[in-house]
Design a binder for this molecule. Sequence first.
Ligand SMILES: [Fe+2]
Ligand SMILES: [Fe+2]
Length: 267
Amino acid sequence: MKVAFLGDIVGRPGRNFVMEKIHELRVQHSLDFIVVNGENAAGGAGINSRIATALRNSGVDGITLGDHLWDERGFEREIDSLDWLCRPANLPESNPGLNSLLLEKGDLKLGVVTVLGRQFMRVHPSCPFETARQYAESLKSRGAQAILVEIHAEATSEKIALGWYLDGIASLVVGTHTHVPTADNRVLPRGTAYLTDAGMCGPYESVLGRDIQPVLGRFLDGMPRRFTVATGDVAIRGCVVDIDENNGISRSIDLVHLKQSVSPDGP
Ligand SMILES: [Fe+2]
Ligand SMILES: [Fe+2]
């Protein structure tokens, strides 16, 4: 089973480039499933039903979310109609939406669960370790041959610790939220593919996807500014994992880095 996971989609530049390249990516890597984090897809913060559906129609199999999940007004009334999109599992039960996905394609079944970290985050969810383990086990009992666990978190230590905790249980543990891709992709001793952060699908000539000057200005003088989505150096970042569907063990994890080509005259 070949699975691609792509990091946080940021704004229109990110989502347009993902939708443009998704078919090419699937063919190039013979992908069975493509899962993306969409928490910043709408204007850089949140997502809505229209954007989520457009991503799905372009070829995305599953969408995950993070701490920005409720930033688009009214999404709490839309989320229950989207059965290929899940919210972080360790939020209070009163939050609407699915807390895991069981994606199916032919004979293949991929379980997907996202947990929020608790270090340096503005939300305070329940234990990501216990939640991820419980959902991994319940998805396996529902027939999932492979389990993708996403840890949406700030602290590298928390993400790495979850990787070790789930080694041999999950097929992939991959981090998101920082928007900065790491290069520590490896298969852990018991067969779990691991990557601390997938990075983002969006503009890299930026500060985490936002225009440089407003963010820099805020750091310099502390005055409030609108953080607009940047447009330059758009790239898709993520990973591709090759999983043995007979035992859920990963054979390899490779980084994905697709850059938007820019004409000599400008973007
Ligand atoms: Fe994000
Ligand atoms: Fe986030």
